[in-house]
Design a protein around this ligand. Structure first.
Ligand SMILES: *Cc1c(COP(=O)(O)O)cnc(C)c1O
Length: 415
């Protein structure tokens, strides 16, 4: 086995340097833990950025991969295959009456929604999609055009046309932005990359009304907050739980990826009936979309989540983590400003001006994540001052407690 420096050397010489990587070489995982090349063990609250929904090396994912790969890995979408049909059926059960298209990533799932929206508006010459400030929708050319953050666009002009950004959670700004060319609104139910910012109930319900009034498609990006992460299948379902009059709320399109394959790359979008049928034969395609292997893995993950009641686990572990984090914030009001989120999607916002971070130009979020690495915990920075906890849906109580202890230790050294 090569050591850490050898592996970093390989990257320096041969891998495009587009990522600011942390100084860790990871070699194996089990459950909610991973090990680096030096044999150090880490509790994993990053889970590959909300991907490894059942943790690492889950025996049933291994079994599904092995079983399906013995039978049929890939055939292309020139033919039918059973796992794709079954997975679409399962996703429709969660999303509502409509149909599913399979792809390979979150950016590609959103691309499908942009094309769906353009098809929808084509005959009337409408094409414009409104999105929110601080949103994140992926790194393809249309993805960075849709994303409401300048930093992802810099140096890649000219931008794909047809996207405009307005402040998030501001219904009047959205209403004012609608033009005769507007065809759809795309938002995250909970903004992930910019620091775990949930949409308000009034905003979601108001967007639905706006879209109905102006004949627009309401598109939700559930790539990060979907797949039971919040305790409900979709983030928007969690936000609208128990809200009077919200039971009938439905978007017109939803993008998914990250947790869907638990680490096996698979993305999808759902489109409400009858819009799904706008993408008739020849209108959209991808070679790897909905392979028997990817779909068999995703189906097994859904079965495990259902059997082991992991949606409830995510909800309850999330409530436990959040209440403990709020106590920690109360003890250290000069370190932790707020705690936001639901279930296994929690953002801890750090205070401005933490003295221990003044000596470096790196954002506080990144410096905090590095300190947590040193204490044996993996988390993900979001924006300049938020640290994200994105544990596996099957997180055990003892692991939640270990994570809290590590955070407490790191926070105490900053106070
Ligand atoms: C990660 C993410 C994407 C992009 O997904 P990729 O698989 O990296 O293309 C899109 N939208 C949201 C909300 C995300 O969190």
């Amino acid at each position: 086995m090569s050591d850490t420096n050898d592996i970093k050397q390989l990257f320096n010489q041969h891998v495009v340097p587009s990522y600011g990587r942390f100084d860790l070489v990871l070699v194996r995982g089990a459950g909610s833990h991973v090990w680096d090349a030096e044999g150090r063990r880490y509790l994993d609250f990053a889970t590959g950025i909300a991907v490894c929904s059942l943790g690492h090396a889950h025996p049933e994912i291994t079994e599904a991969l092995v079983e399906q790969s013995r039978q049929l890995v890939h055939v292309s979408n020139l033919y039918y295959n059973e796992p794709q049909g079954r997975l679409a059926e399962a996703l429709v059960r969660h999303a509502g009456s409509g149909k599913v298209f399979f792809c390979n990533s979150g950016a590609e799932a959103n691309e499908g929604l942009y094309k769906l929206a353009r098809q929808f508006g084509h005959e009337e010459g409408r094409f414009e999609i409104l999105t929110a400030h601080n949103s994140f929708h992926g790194r393809t050319l249309a993805g960075i055009a849709a994303t409401g953050q300048e930093k992802v666009k810099q140096g890649f002009a000219p931008a794909v046309t047809g996207f405009r950004h307005v402040p998030y959670n501001d219904l009047e700004a959205m209403r004012a932005a609608i033009s005769p060319a507007t065809v759809a609104i795309l938002v995250e139910a909970i903004q992930g990359e910019s620091g775990v910012q949930p949409a308000s109930v009034d905003y979601l319900l108001g967007l639905r009304r706006l879209c109905d009034e102006h004949k627009l498609l309401l598109l939700l990006d559930e790539v990060q907050c979907g797949h039971f992460r919040t305790g409900a299948y979709f983030g928007f379902q969690r936000l609208l739980e128990g809200v009077p009059g919200a039971a009938a709320f439905q978007p017109d399109g939803i993008s998914m990826a990250k947790s869907l394959g638990g680490g096996f790359p698979i993305g999808a979008f759902w489109a409400r009936a009858p819009y799904a049928d706008l993408l008739s034969p020849g209108k959209h395609a991808t070679t790897f979309g909905g392979t028997p292997l990817g779909c068999a893995v995703a189906l097994r993950i859904l079965a495990v989540i259902e059997r082991d009641k992991l949606a409830d686990n995510a909800r309850h572990m999330g409530e436990f983590l959040k209440s403990e984090l709020l106590k920690l914030a109360a003890q250290h009001p000069h370190v932790i400003k707020t705690v936001r989120g639901f279930g296994m999607l929690i953002g801890i916002e750090l205070c401005e001006g933490i003295a221990a971070f003044a000596g470096s130009t790196k954002p506080a979020s990144v410096q905090m994540v590095e300190r947590l690495h040193a204490h044996g915990l993996l988390t993900v920075p979001a924006g300049a001052r938020v640290v994200r906890f994105l544990p596996a849906l099957n997180l055990r109580k003892e692991d939640a407690i270990e994570g809290l202890r590590i955070l407490e230790t790191a926070v105490a050294t900053l106070a």
